[in-house]
Every structure is written in C-alpha cells, then in structure tokens.
Ligand binder design. Sequence first.
Ligand SMILES: NC(=O)c1ccc[n+]([C@@H]2O[C@H](COP(=O)([O-])OP(=O)(O)OC[C@H]3O[C@@H](n4cnc5c(N)ncnc54)[C@H](O)[C@@H]3O)[C@@H](O)[C@H]2O)c1
Length: 437
Amino acid sequence: MKISIFGLGYVGCVLAAGLASLGHNIIGIDINSEKVEVIKKGKSPVVEKDLDKYIKKYVELKKIEATTNSKEAVLNSEMSFVCVGTPAKKDGSLDLEHTKKVCEGIGKALKLKNSYHIIVFKSTMFPGSVENLLIPIIENNSGKKASKDFGVCHNPEFLREGSAVYDFFNPSTTVIGCLDEKSERIVEELFKDIKAPIAKTSIKVAEMIKYANNSFHGLKVAFANEIGNICKKSNIDSHELMKIFCMDEKLNISSSYLKPGVPFGGSCLTKDSSALIDEAKKEGLNVPLLEAIKKSNESHIDVCANIILGTNKKKIGILGLSFKEGTDDLRSSAMIAIVKKLVDRGLNIKIYDKNVLLSQKFGANKKIIEEEFPHLMNLFCPTIRDVVNGSEAIVIKNKDDDFKILTKLIKESQIVIDFVRMFEKKEIKGEYVGLCW
Ligand SMILES: NC(=O)c1ccc[n+]([C@@H]2O[C@H](COP(=O)([O-])OP(=O)(O)OC[C@H]3O[C@@H](n4cnc5c(N)ncnc54)[C@H](O)[C@@H]3O)[C@@H](O)[C@H]2O)c1
C-alpha cells in the first residue's frame, strides 16, 4: 500500500520505519525541510534505538521517501497518517493548530482526487476533536463527505520513547476507532502482521483511551512513590514490596476494580486507607494522592445523590444497600450516605436488600444502624415488587441476579437509575439513567 505520513517526529518516523518493514511504500511529509533532508540522506531526524538502521535500509530500497509537498503526497498515496504534534498551550489547553493545517492540506488535495482515501489520526487529541473539528475542515476543503468519499480513523499511539521501534512491533493493543466499516477493514488489514489484540471502536473512544492510559500511568507512578516514601520511613524495601504487590495478578495488576460505578465502601478498603494516611502523617509524610483517593470517593457519593435528585422524582426505590452484592455488610456502605442525603431532602425512600433483611434478624449491622441511621429499617420492604410498585425511580445499587426481574416489572413511566451497569439501555422499557456511562 502507498501511505503518506504527516509529521516526521518520534511517532511519524517510527511509523514510517515500521510500515516500510511490513512491505508498504511510505511518503513522509514535514514542514521542517531539515528533517526531510535528513531522511532523504537515510538518517533518522530523532534519536531512537534502531531507528537509524531501519530508515537507512528502507530509504536505500526506496520504500521511504520524504517531502514537504503535502498535495503530491496525498495524490500519490491511498492512506494518510497524521502524526503531527498536539502540544499544550501556555494555559495547559490542547493546541490543535498543526492538525488543523494538515487537514486543510489533505482536504485541498482530496478535491483533486477521485479515488477513495483514508485519513488515520495518530496524534493525541481530546474526544470530539476529529469529528467536530477536523472532519469538517477536510469536508469544507475537499467538497467531499466523510465515510462516503473518504474514510476517517483514529489509531492512538502507545509507543514509549527509547523502545519505540520495539513497541511498534509489540504493542499492548491496537486500537482502531472508525467512522465506517470500509476504512476499519483496511486499517485492520494494515496491522494484520502485528501480534496484538485489536480493539475496534468509535473514534471518540479511540481518542479518549490515550488520556485514560496516561492518567493511569501517572497514577501508578505517584502511587508507587507515596507507598515507597512510607516504606522508607518504616525501613521496608519498597522494591521488594512492590514486586510482591505486582505478583497479585487477580486483584492488583488486573481488570479488577476498574469498572466505573459506585463509590468504594466496606470496612477494609475504607478503614485501611484512612489508617495508612494517618500513619504517613504521623511520620511527617505528605501523601496527596492517597488523600485524594478518599476525597474522590466522597465526592462520588455526591455524584450518585445528585443523579437521583436530578430526576425530580419524590418516590425512590433502592435495590441493594450493603456495600456490594452477596453480603449484608453495611460498614462504610456508600448507599447509606446517599439515602441519608435523599431523606434530608424530603424524598420518600423504599429499600430492598435481602441480605440485610436476613441478617438483621440476628442483630447484624445493629451498631451501624443505631449510630448512623436509627430509622433505616423502617424504609425496608419485604419484596422487590413492593419497592418497584411504590416508586417513580428505581436505583440499582448491587449487581444481584434477583434484580434482573426488573425488565419485567418496570413500567414505561418509571426511571431506572443503574449504578452498577446491571442493564443496557435497550433492555429497559422506561427511561434508563447510567451512573458514569
Ligand atoms: N512522542 C511520543 O512518545 C508519543 C507517544 C504517543 C503519542 N504521541 C502523540 O503523537 C503526536 C506526535 O508526537 P511526536 O512526539 O512525534 O511529535 P514531534 O514534535 O516529535 O513531531 C511532530 C512533527 O510534526 C511536524 N509538523 C508540524 N506541523 C506540520 C504540518 N502542517 N505538516 C507536516 N508536518 C508538520 C513537525 O515539524 C514535527 O516534525 C502528538 O500528538 C503526541 O502527543 C507521542
């Protein structure tokens, strides 16, 4: 395939080398004529392990060319990758000037072209940038329509400088966000020899994943550092500790606890986080990340309450009160805090939780109820049906299989507020409100 690559920086050069070695013919375009000249001489304009070798080989084989002429490049290729910089402005906001300029040029060239062309964005940009800003620029300059006359994809880049060439051939995942199936198929085919799981998705998800990934990487670094600081004070080898931490691939280094939903609760997570922060402070250590986790969880309780209050309904049914399904444990249950806020606002609440009802007979949770919410048990109903029949909006707090019956019980006039992604929108007859989705 003939492929043009806009932007010959770290991402563009590595992509050029990688795609050339997969058998494609590359035209690299940069506004910086010095970079173009360096590539023409068979050298890499950026310092990156093994890149020089690849560029030399494929320039000599005439599989990589470089130019400053964007029009010729688009007219002589079937696909264009956009790898130009998306720096931060002085105020920290995203600067899309380079991508806008590239799209203008691609649009003008497409006006002169009859065959189908695919534009694949690799540059990191905030969700909505491609669809709301860049596609209209290409359409206005070409007089053509996205999806119909040309394809558009976002294929975020996950390389790490220093091992970028290795990362090209060994990515963790290949994410392809597309507008249409035709371009999705062609881009998927392009990466068929790269052994990595492929995630096909929308352009917006593809744009967002890079931000989620990088925030998570930052979170991990800061977390390891704060734990390290606490370890050092207690004469514990933090590297030995984190090695053992990482051996747990079920709960620690895994997809566990990574589903958007209700605030965390239960006795252990809450009390142990508080104790660790307390100990760190006693040692004179600053642990802003660990403190922020607690604050974030508390503010998520408000998010939950505000979603319910936002429906303006007065009769609210709650399915599940314990801190998670399969237990009666009410210690640090976020739902108790949420119910309290709703009762304070004068709402009429009905609750069903079979585990809490059952264990209450044996006096479990007695102390918490007495201390936190003495009238809590008066809000309980004996069946799910009682809660549903007496409510205008029903909140699902726990992913209990018994609650699946809701698809049959719910009427069109009722609202289902799903805090645990028990249902998809289409399964619910009435209005469906998701918590963070
Ligand atoms: N560097 C990384 O590790 C990395 C990793 C993942 C994603 N990204 C993202 O990829 C994008 C590119 O990053 P980079 O590090 O390669 O940037 P870079 O600054 O090294 O390279 C960008 C290149 O684009 C060129 N350019 C600017 N305007 C142009 C135009 N109108 N036409 C043609 N070329 C133009 C510049 O001259 C420069 O050579 C950014 O959005 C970045 O956030 C970078």
